[in-house]
Design a protein around this ligand. Structure first.
Ligand code: PMP
Length: 352
């Protein structure tokens, strides 16, 4: 019998799959999730809905008609400018499958969200990257790297995961205006900064904004994301959309969440305030540095093992390991109580 590995698509042996934070116990600050459960009225709606639980014998609406309508209304676009995915992860995958051929290239910053390169690799495409930056120079460098390598897609994550910084609006607009390829602007964390390029998307027919319900909306468990773009771009992305991709309950919860967009915006604002307070506490610690952040997480760097110190206090952060003698750990902003625990723990440690 043939070894199953020999039957896999060529090149897959060297393809790394994206590894999310591993499961475990403790205070979970490793996946940039919201620390808060759903607002009470949405929980009540869900309980009432479950009592009847109608239509679960039927497939979900494959077109996500009501949800796309709510998203479109919220952003002032037409439903034909919107498509939904099982998290924005699935949209990244769909976009790569539609636009990339073997041997193609994507352009990104480094470090950035690992799914872009992972999804490209699944399509036998490679990633070129330039050091993450946030100003006009960085925008020009990304454009140059994309042009030099004839990139098909550019992924721009703003605020960027894992650094937390957002690119300036001028620099972002410069990329969208001048790119000769598809530009995916990933706004997974944009609610924490309170700005978005969705309202300008009609000016950039080759650009796609992707957003998620997993972060500021606190709905990582329902796995819903959306892409907003020109009708032509959405039609193309939909070629790779599996039918019935979003479960009925996830569609409903995302619709109800859209009705409470104001509540989630104010939650995002208060998390941004908590982040700034946490940053202040971290600023007094001499054995680590915290990057300025526009998101709901901060990137910590140190010569010392920050993740182990955090783990000793039952706090789980995302450890990116050691590179050039520097350790990098991404820490999600939690509740005030959790953040105080983090601050107290790290401040109490004396390292030299
Ligand atoms: N984009 C970025 C920048 C992310 O950090 C994440 C999740 N960590 C995603 C997209 C995917 O999120 P989801 O699939 O939950 O929408």
């Amino acid at each position: 019998m043939k070894d199953i590995k020999s039957l896999a698509r060529r090149g897959f042996k060297n393809t790394e799959s994206y590894m999310p934070a591993p499961p475990g116990d403790g205070i979970k600050l490793d996946a940039n999730e919201s620390p808060w459960n759903l607002p009470e009225n949405i929980r009540r709606k869900l309980i009432r809905w479950i009592e009847d639980a109608e239509n679960l014998n039927r497939y979900p609406d494959t077109d996500n008609t009501v949800l796309r309508g709510s998203i479109a209304r919220h952003w002032g676009v037409s439903p034909s400018n919107v498509t939904c995915g099982v998290g924005s992860d699935q949209l990244i995958d769909m976009i790569c499958r539609v636009f990339l051929e073997p041997g193609d290239c994507i352009a990104t910053f480094k470090p950035t969200f690992g799914m872009y390169a992972a999804a490209a690799a699944l399509n036998h495409a490679r990633a070129v990257s330039v050091p993450a930056g946030y100003d006009m120079d960085a925008a020009r460098e990304l454009l140059r790297a994309a042009a030099d390598n004839d990139a098909k897609i550019m992924f721009l994550c703003s605020p960027n995961n894992p650094t937390g910084r957002a690119m300036s609006d001028d620099a972002t607009a410069h990329v969208l205006e001048n790119a000769e390829c598809v530009v995916v602007l990933d706004e997974a964390y944009a609610d924490f900064k309170g700005t978005s390029f969705v309202s300008r998307i009609s000016k950039y027919p080759n650009s796609i904004v992707i957003r998620t319900f997993s972060k500021a909306y606190g709905l990582a468990g329902i796995r819903v994301g959306c892409a907003i773009a020109s009708e032509e771009a959405i039609e193309l992305i939909n070629i790779a959309k599996p039918p019935f991709n979003i479960p009925t309950i996830s569609q409903l919860l995302a619709e109800w969440a859209m009705d409470e967009a104001g509540e989630f915006a104010s939650r995002a604002k208060s998390l941004a305030g908590a982040r700034d307070r946490l940053m202040k506490a971290l600023g007094s610690i001499d054995w680590l540095d915290a990057e300025p952040s526009d998101a709901n997480f901060v990137l910590l760097t140190s010569r010392f093992d920050i993740a182990s110190v955090l783990a000793s206090g039952g706090i789980r952060a995302r450890d990116f390991g050691i590179q050039d003698g520097i350790r990098r750990v991404r820490l999600t902003v939690g509740t005030d109580e959790e953040n105080k625990k983090v601050g107290d723990l790290l401040c109490a440690v004396r390292l030299k």
